[in-house]
Design a protein around this ligand. Structure first.
Ligand SMILES: [Zn+2]
Length: 121
């Protein structure tokens, strides 16, 4: 299957090898596909080409608008993430401060046990 396909057939949407390629009406066909279905494809129409070109420009403009909108949404999401990140940073700063608290608890426990010993006596 090392065939070198020139383009996709307009009829069957399969790769067209250079040997059986037919270029007609601005499209690439298999020789057989063009013989069978080529007549169903409209000949290039200048008005249609102009319309499709304008539609493509409008599509690109719409895509740009969409991309801009999505970029703005992403920027909003990222700024929200940054806020969360700063919160998590504060949490990580609190963690080392817990260690002295546990040390204090141990000291208190020792003091309590010492008091109990004095009470028992
Ligand atoms: Zn074909």
């Amino acid at each position: 299957m090392a065939e070198d396909f020139v383009d996709m057939c307009a009829v069957c949407k399969q790769g067209v090898p250079r040997v059986s390629m037919v270029y007609q009406k601005g499209k690439v066909f298999h020789t057989q596909c063009f013989a069978d279905h080529g007549s169903s494809f409209p000949a290039p129409n200048h008005e249609l080409n102009h319309l499709s070109a304008r539609t493509r420009v409008e599509l690109v403009q719409l895509k740009n608008l969409k991309a801009r909108d999505e970029l703005e949404k992403q920027a909003a999401k990222e700024s929200a993430k940054e806020k969360r990140k700063s919160k998590s940073k504060k949490k990580s700063k609190k963690r080392p401060a817990r260690k002295p608290k546990t040390q204090r608890r141990k000291k208190k426990a020792k003091a309590k046990s010492a008091k109990r010993r004095t009470k028992r006596r």
